[in-house]
Design a binder for this molecule. Structure first.
Ligand code: TUI
Length: 311
């Protein structure tokens, strides 16, 4: 399936894998890229030298384009930004802030830059600063989110900018991809569907929780201090929301969740770990390889796009 996104990035399917913290490591990224999508290494808060190693491991497994997600709340973001250039990473996505301060060095090095945005204002700013495309992410997503839904955000961003727009948030199958294209997007970013991919290294317990999740099983913590995060409900999210309701200070809430994503992903602690996942988790019911996911999603999108609307 060809779109402006496949041309821009030199990939086969208009699907980018989300840069999920702890989850988006080199096995997953390489599998997505090798299968024709854009695999992403999520730098999150990893030590910069680990990010460099991850980049080198991806290159051993595939010679196709891949990217690194630079999480802008990371105090080491500057070093990661430099490593991306040194290691000649072809594509960068960013999250949780504005990458303006890194734009010049990335553009000078020929890196394609696709910032994740959650508003029209940020999309316009990114276009002005030289972004190659923007990823408009709705609050259906897992992890750190904005406040608009994908359905409302994407067409407004499409109308506001001239660069290509990728849709993210609540997209888990071919109907979602087709809908995104109808809204004017040139492709999608998916995270939750890749959590359970065969090549995803997350703990089996985490995968099982995603596979068994229903439509209403996610919740949003962190609203009170302006860093909302969508996760699957468990003892950790309940405790967090209780403390928030009682007016607990930010530091106490931070202490509660310290290391909790790692505990969920690596140790399979689905009770006291943080299980980031999007609202589409209820739709994700099967384990498949990344290649199967990419083919199924694009085949289904082509199918539904061919169907006639009643005349
Ligand atoms: O970044 C994400 N998702 C993430 S990052 C992450 S690590 C983390 N964990 C706990 C707390 C905070 C972060 C887990 N999930 N998605 C992309 C995204 N970016 N969603 C929303 C935004 C965003 C928000 C504000 C982008 C730009 C922005 O600009 C604000 C400004 O004016 O600078």
């Amino acid at each position: 399936m060809k779109t402006e996104l496949t041309t821009l990035l030199g990939i086969e399917y208009p699907i980018i894998q989300g840069g999920m913290a702890w989850v988006a490591e080199y096995h997953l990224a390489a599998a997505v890229s090798e299968a024709g999508g854009l695999g992403i290494i999520g730098a999150a808060s990893a030590p910069p030298e680990i990010v460099r190693e991850q980049i080198r491991e991806v290159k051993k497994l595939t010679d196709k384009p891949f990217g690194v997600n630079v999480m802008l709340l990371n105090p080491n973001a500057e070093e990661v930004a430099r490593i991306v250039v040194e290691e000649k990473v072809p594509v960068v996505t960013t999250g949780a802030g504005s990458p303006g301060r890194f734009m010049e060095q990335w553009k000078a090095a020929g890196v394609k830059v696709l910032p994740v945005v959650a508003s029209v204002a940020m999309a316009k700013r990114m276009e002005r600063e030289g972004a190659d495309a923007v990823i408009a992410e709705g609050m259906e997503s897992g992890g750190h989110i904005g406040s608009l839904t994908t359905m409302a955000l994407v067409p407004q961003v499409v109308d506001a900018v001239s660069i290509p727009v990728v849709a993210a948030g609540g997209i888990g199958d071919g109907r979602g991809l087709a809908a995104a294209l109808m809204l004017g997007a040139v492709g999608v970013q998916m995270g939750t569907r890749f959590l359970v991919a065969d090549e995803s290294i997350i703990h089996e317990n985490y995968k099982e929780r995603v596979l068994k999740a229903k439509d209403i099983d996610s919740t949003v913590t962190g609203m009170s201090h302006g860093h909302p995060v969508r996760t699957l409900r468990n003892a950790m999210s309940r405790e967090y929301l209780k403390l928030e309701q009682e007016g607990a200070p930010f530091e106490e809430l931070e202490k509660l969740t310290l290391g909790s994503l790692r505990r969920a992903v690596m140790d399979g602690d689905v009770v006291n770990g943080t299980l980031m996942a999007g609202q589409i988790a209820g739709l994700v019911t099967r384990r498949q390889s990344c290649a199967e996911i990419l083919k199924e999603v694009t085949d289904q999108a082509a199918d539904v796009l061919k169907k006639k609307v009643y005349e």
